[in-house]
Design a protein around this ligand. Structure first.
Ligand code: AMP
Ligand code: MG
Length: 495
């Protein structure tokens, strides 16, 4: 496929073919004097867009909300959800506009503006997103992609001087996100809470036909059962969500706001707000300053995901009367998560294959890291140093160095049982333990520069985070322990 200009993209909007009650058609509210701060050529390639299309006036015009996407059909979608465990009723795209969908070389991508003005679902909000949170979303989704974690993507970051009131006055920005779909668990809860099984079925059929066609193939023994596709859908979403949780845990990512309206039906990381990649490790690390009870702490993420899946299952109950069948599917979560988590952690530890006895080894490391507040990313990355005669670089991350050294002896003894040559073990560990993650202070530095119109830090971070497992000469600072001021950064739901 030849690379295209923006006007050559063949956009459609299949979400708009759903009944009118699923959304509101409306124009975005553009920004005054918008400037393109950064555009992502990698994401552009996914929709077949030529790199030089990114610097055209049309590109800025469309992704600042001034002009519609040619061929698109702009709308804001409705959904509902549970926020912090409590039913919140109707929510919806309160500051996002779905522009349309573009078929790329490897599949379809919906393009969505975030921060593009009020919609009927804005509730008390102003429809805007501040520069700070927009930079954080833009960088984080690409960082997650670089780590190999399923996520929505980011195409463009447009800034302005328009004032936005948060705790202080900030400026408005618009980030363009891309995803095969932005449907959430809360999109399903919306119709079940309103007791509208027909609409719920329409949504479920839409999702299955477009994203989970294999769910139509009824399992053996279920032939002739028309509810089987919905049970299969719950199973598919359960599996993907369980795998996503294993990914998050393995890279020390905390989402921060795992409300059901932020849970992607495709098992993608969705809606980056007060997220955090952990610096000093705490099992109960809470990255969201607004989460006073720690509902979404790091160690609770898998169980919260399952709680959210129960809400989805509860919605699908309206289509599938067989509660036991739904429960049986949800019961698969734990095994899928545990298996994936063990596989990942085993690889991070440099083991050929996970064995049941490795649970204690892993648990003891996590406990040791927690007690010492050891840096998550460096602890894992430096494990491989121990195989190259540099044990100290690992042990120095712990206040209790003796305990760290004792634990390391156990790991080396365990690795020796595998009998693999050291270079192979080291290469394997380095391929799964990243050097670079989007630490809060790195995002903060990029934000500070962005406020002066300087996208240099965003650019540098994008390059490093795209290949986070490969050490780059001259970028040691980006792989180092955070500076003291990083501990003072507070991220909250304010965005
Ligand atoms: P979140 O938890 O950030 O994903 O947002 C929860 C709900 O609040 C969603 O329906 C958002 O669209 C909406 N929302 C958040 N911030 C704003 C805002 N500034 N203006 C309008 N709606 C917002
Ligand atoms: Mg959200």
């Amino acid at each position: 496929m030849n690379a295209l200009s923006l006007t050559e993209l063949q956009a459609v909007n299949s979400f708009a073919a759903l009944p009118a009650a699923f959304y509101t058609r409306l124009e975005p509210q553009g920004l005054n004097n918008p400037r393109l701060l950064h555009a992502n050529a990698d994401a552009a390639a996914l929709i077949g867009l030529a790199p030089d299309a990114l610097s055209t006036p049309e590109f800025l015009s469309v992704f600042s909300g001034a002009q519609p996407l040619p061929g698109g059909d702009t709308l804001a979608a409705v959904y509902s959800g549970h926020q912090f465990g409590i039913w919140a009723g109707q929510l919806g795209d309160g500051r996002a506009h779905l522009l349309g969908e573009v078929q790329g070389p490897q599949g379809g991508w919906e393009l969505q503006l975030k921060g593009s003005g009020m919609t009927p679902y804005s509730r008390m909000g102003d429809g805007r997103a501040v520069l700070r949170s927009s930079v954080r979303e833009y960088l984080a989704s690409e960082a997650m992609h670089g780590l190999g974690v399923p996520t929505t993507r980011a195409l463009a970051l447009v800034v302005s001087d328009d004032p936005v009131m948060r705790e202080t006055v900030e400026t408005a920005a618009i980030v363009t996100r891309m995803s095969p779909s932005f449907v959430r668990f809360g999109s399903f809860e919306h119709w079940s809470s309103r007791r509208q099984p027909d609409m719920l079925k329409t949504l479920a059929d839409y999702v299955i036909d477009r994203y989970y066609p294999e769910c139509r193939e009824t399992a053996v023994g279920e032939s002739g059962n028309e509810t089987a596709p919905y049970i299969n859908l719950l199973r598919a979403v359960t599996r993907r969500t369980a795998l996503l949780m294993a990914d998050w845990q393995a890279v020390g990512f905390c989402h921060g706001v795992m409300n059901t309206d932020n849970m992607s039906i495709l098992g993608l990381t969705l809606d980056y707000g007060p997220y955090g990649f952990m610096d000093g490790f705490r099992l109960g690390h809470v990255c969201n300053h607004s989460d006073s009870e720690g509902r979404y702490s790091w160690n609770r993420q898998p169980s919260v995901a399952l709680w959210n899946l129960y809400r989805l299952g509860g919605s699908l109950h309206m289509l599938v009367q067989d509660v036991e069948a739904l429960r049986a599917v949800l019961d698969e979560f734990e095994a899928v998560f545990t298996r994936a988590f063990h596989d990942k952690m085993g690889a991070k530890l440099g083991l050929a294959a996970w064995q049941p006895a490795d649970e204690a080894l892993l648990d003891d490391l996590l406990k040791l890291m927690d007690a010492n507040g050891a840096d998550f990313t460096l602890t894992w990355r430096r494990l491989a140093n121990a195989l190259q005669g540099q044990r100290r670089t690992f042990e120095d991350l712990f206040i209790d160095r003796t305990a760290a050294a004792d634990w390391l002896d156990r790991l080396l003894a365990r690795q020796a049982q595998d009998g693999r040559p050291a270079p192979e073990v080291i290469a394997g560990m380095n391929a799964v333990n990243p050097v670079y993650v989007l630490r809060n202070h790195l995002a903060e530095e990029a934000i500070r520069a962005a406020k002066t119109g300087d996208a240099g830090e965003i650019d540098t971070l994008m390059k490093l985070l795209r290949n986070p497992y490969v050490e780059q000469d001259g970028y040691e600072r980006y792989a180092a322990l955070p500076p003291d001021w990083a501990g003072g950064i507070e991220v909250s739901c304010s965005s």
